[in-house]
Ligand binder design. Structure first.
Ligand code: AMP
Ligand code: ZN
Length: 490
């Protein structure tokens, strides 16, 4: 196995040579979506980045168990275990049962992931499906002395934990600094320390999502689900844990503390974090209200968009920036990506037309090595893409008769493009854009209905003009005895 892979580990803040804990299988856990809402493009960036990482590990020959959870319980609005439960609140708004909300947005998430050609994870566990495991873990943390119960809610004792383990190590912060930057406890707070967080939360009387526990009816805190599910499926210490950078300071810091306090082991060897997708420099988020839905991007139906872009163009746009750099959304960048994506796809098609020569004008192995070197350097997709454009230039030049390629060169280039463009970057030829197709279908139905009304009023000049104007936009209309039919002319 060609394994010279370097991974940037957030925990050590260095690039480290990737050495799996168990040579048989690599464990990869990624924090999945909170399904009380549609995923926005920012969420998609993180999932697409980890899809790339999953794909490249498999390309290197590793067998990977990829676990990406669905958060379907235990997410409160406040960041300090206060406020309404997001699922219950949304359920009231949409007049649905909370699990109907979960089902609706889980299905929507899967549709979007399919549009972006992401591979399904090996296991997709839900928080609500693992309540017993979470309760067992909380019990163990209490038994080990790192948590306490107050009136049906269980809190993690951060200061106690920090006496033995560095609580803020993931973000390189000392406990004192963290405490200073946290609100003081109010008179009504049940917590002992300002940084303590809930492992199990007592329900309010009106709440529907509730489970019995040794501490009465309640529901799990948000962080415990990932500790419980990752250790269940990947073991108490596993290889890679990922998520967006916004999860480092609280969710992942608390996950480390919980798992360490429960199992007496550091849970993760390599922590990986993707940077944020931003709009005019501001992080895209559900709460900031600056989130594009993927569907809006595909149809172009959004005030900030000049037109729609196919899912593969959007995926390519994301791949052109390294996963640890911020990616700012812009029409110009997307338009450039559209051209770049078309250029790569055209070069792959051109390979079929090139006539082989008996002598070679290229060094294929150098290009293969450059592609691997780029990806082995912490998944450096922008450098990989520059190399693939280089290969596209060679293909175009060979097609123009300016560079000689042997039959083996052509086979080698096909494999190179196939491996890196399709298998690793996860792109595919975009045959049709289903969301755009659906939108066009809807618009054409409206137009044909209007034309029918115009014809019924015997305004044939207006109806012919409508037909001709559509024709100028490559949409041809044919009148039949059952009504009009339309087709897009290539
Ligand atoms: P959530 O559904 O909010 O729990 O987020 C799901 C995933 O998307 C998490 O891994 C977040 O870190 C990630 N995420 C949220 N906002 C962004 C963003 N603007 N850019 C990239 N990733 C994000
Ligand atoms: Zn998580």
């Amino acid at each position: 196995m060609n394994n010279h892979l370097l991974i940037y580990n957030t925990l050590t803040r260095t690039k480290e040579r990737f050495e799996p804990i168990n040579i048989g299988i690599v464990g990869l856990y990624v924090c999945g979506p909170t399904v009380y809402n549609d995923v926005h493009l920012g969420n998609c960036r993180t999932f697409i980045s980890f899809d790339l990482i999953y794909r490249y590990l498999m390309h290197l020959g590793f067998k990977v168990r990829y676990v990406r959870n669905i958060t379907d319980a235990g997410h409160l609005e406040g960041d300090r275990d206060e406020g309404d439960d997001k699922f219950e609140k949304k359920a009231k708004l949409e007049q649905l049962e909370p699990m109907e909300i979960v089902q609706k947005y889980t299905l929507g998430f899967h549709d979007v992931m399919r549009e972006f050609n992401t591979l399904p994870p090996s296991i997709e566990p839900t928080a609500t499906g693992h309540i017993c495991e979470q309760i067992e873990m909380v019990k163990q943390i209490i038994a080990n002395g790192y948590a306490y119960e107050v009136n049906g809610t269980v809190y993690f004792d951060v200061e106690k934990y920090n006496l033995e383990f560095p609580y803020g190590q993931l973000t390189n912060r000392q406990l004192e600094d963290l405490i200073e930057n946290t609100r003081e406890l109010s008179g009504q707070d049940e917590k002992r320390g300002r940084l303590d967080f809930a492992l199990w939360i007592k329900v309010k009387p009106e709440q529907i999502m509730r489970w019995p526990s040794p501490w009465g009816w309640g529901f799990p805190g948000w962080h415990i689900e990932c500790s419980a599910m990752s250790s269940k499926y990947l073991g108490n210490t596993f290889d890679i844990h990922g998520g967006g950078m916004d999860l480092q300071a609280t969710h992942h810091t608390n996950e480390i503390a919980q798992s360490q306090a429960c199992n007496h082991k550091a849970p993760v060897k390599y922590w990986m974090h993707t940077n944020m997708l931003t709009v005019n420099g501001v992080r895209m988020s559900k709460t900031a209200g600056n989130g594009f839905l993927p569907g809006e991007l595909f149809t172009g139906n959004h005030p900030l968009l000049e037109k729609g872009y196919s899912p593969m163009v959007v995926r390519f746009f994301m791949m052109q920036t390294h996963y640890r750099s911020t990616l700012d959304f812009s029409n110009d960048a997307l338009q450039a990506s559209e051209k770049g994506y078309a250029r790569l796809m055209a070069a792959i098609k051109t390979l079929d037309k090139i006539k082989p020569s008996s002598t070679s004008g290229i060094q294929l192995s150098g290009h293969e090595k450059a592609c691997h070197d780029a990806m082995n350097d912490d998944f450096n997709t922008p450098v990989l893409i520059a190399e693939l454009f280089e290969a596209a230039s060679i293909i175009n030049s060979a097609n123009d008769g300016k560079t000689l390629l042997t039959a083996d060169d052509i086979i080698g280039l096909k494999k190179l493009m196939h491996d890196f463009v399709f298998d690793v970057l996860g792109l595919k030829p975009q045959t049709s854009n289903t969301l755009n197709d659906k939108a066009l279908q809807g618009v054409m139905e409206i137009i044909l209905e209007i034309r029918k009304e115009i014809k019924a009023k015997k305004d044939f000049a207006a109806s012919d003009k409508l037909r001709d104007d559509l024709g100028k936009n490559n949409i041809s209309i044919k009148d039949t005895k059952d009504g009009a039919i339309w087709t897009v002319q290539e």
